[in-house]
Design a protein around this ligand. Structure first.
Ligand code: PEP
Ligand code: MN
Length: 249
């Protein structure tokens, strides 16, 4: 609707009390959508893999408690009934699954909007074809999410590709969200990238937040503290106004 949206929450859903505490800080910071992973695509099989269906329940309950829709990653079509049962508002397709065409086709028709992350080495064409899979197979709404691509530069986790923002404006009508957290991987570097994203035309942001980042079970280095998240939301409001748009709600 042309209004800027901020989605935030923990990388992983880590338990009922912590999910409620984090939802409160996300809401207090002025973000509108609650994120949290129940199924986690971890590089190492020996790290926390997520609480699965119990995580879906904890996320949804926290969203309802603070009147926020929820977004969470689906990694396998066999989990789809649980996403439907828990009334998940938006499913995330992670970078590692952007071209899992079998899954794209299997989940597209569930009636749930999808946040489609760009693959680690996905070209814009490949990304848009994945969006086409979702739309062709009945998905009611697709949002593209730029989350950094893998380049030769090892100084940051990935490289945030803001060049796609003006390009995608010409190539597609789909909304575009930027995830600067998974791009840069370090909490203190996120704020300027978030502001730049909105200034360059992003429809919104998705970031990770945690009341005690050092204790986070995944992606602790990029978890924002409450005041950091509030700063990013404030910047997004300013950039929205500067570019002639408004902030949701
Ligand atoms: C995440 O959102 O926590 C995540 C794993 O994202 P990505 O697929 O972009 O790595
Ligand atoms: Mn994460």
């Amino acid at each position: 609707g042309g209004k800027i949206v901020v989605m935030a929450g923990p990388c992983s859903v880590e338990g009922r009390d912590l999910m409620m505490e984090t939802a409160r800080l996300v809401s207090d910071a002025g973000a509108q959508v609650l994120r949290g992973g129940a199924y986690k695509p971890r590089t190492s099989p020996y790290t926390f893999q997520g609480f699965g269906v119990e995580g879906l329940a904890q996320l949804k309950d926290a969203g309802e408690a603070f009147n926020m829709p929820v977004v969470t990653e689906i990694m396998d079509a066999v989990h789809l009934p649980a996403f439907v049962d828990h009334d998940i508002d938006m499913m995330q397709i992670g970078a590692r699954n952007m071209q899992n065409f079998t899954m794209l086709k299997a989940i597209a028709g569930a009636g749930i909007p999808i946040l489609l992350k760009r693959a680690l080495s996905g070209t814009v064409d490949e990304w848009l074809y994945s969006a086409e899979y979702l739309l062709a197979f009945g998905c009611p709404g697709v949002i593209l999410c730029e989350r950094g691509i893998r380049t030769y530069e090892p100084a940051t986790r990935n490289t945030l590709d803001l060049t796609v923002l003006p390009l995608l404006r010409e190539w597609t009508h789909l909304p575009i969200i930027v995830d600067p957290a998974h791009a840069v991987g370090v909490a203190r570097y996120i704020r300027p990238l978030a502001a730049a994203s909105v200034a360059a035309g992003a429809d919104g942001l998705i970031v990770e937040a945690h009341p005690r980042p050092e204790q986070a079970l995944s992606d602790k280095d990029q978890a924002l503290l409450p005041n950091e998240l509030a700063g990013i939301v404030g910047d997004a409001r300013v950039q929205a106004a500067v570019t002639g748009r408004s902030f949701h709600p």
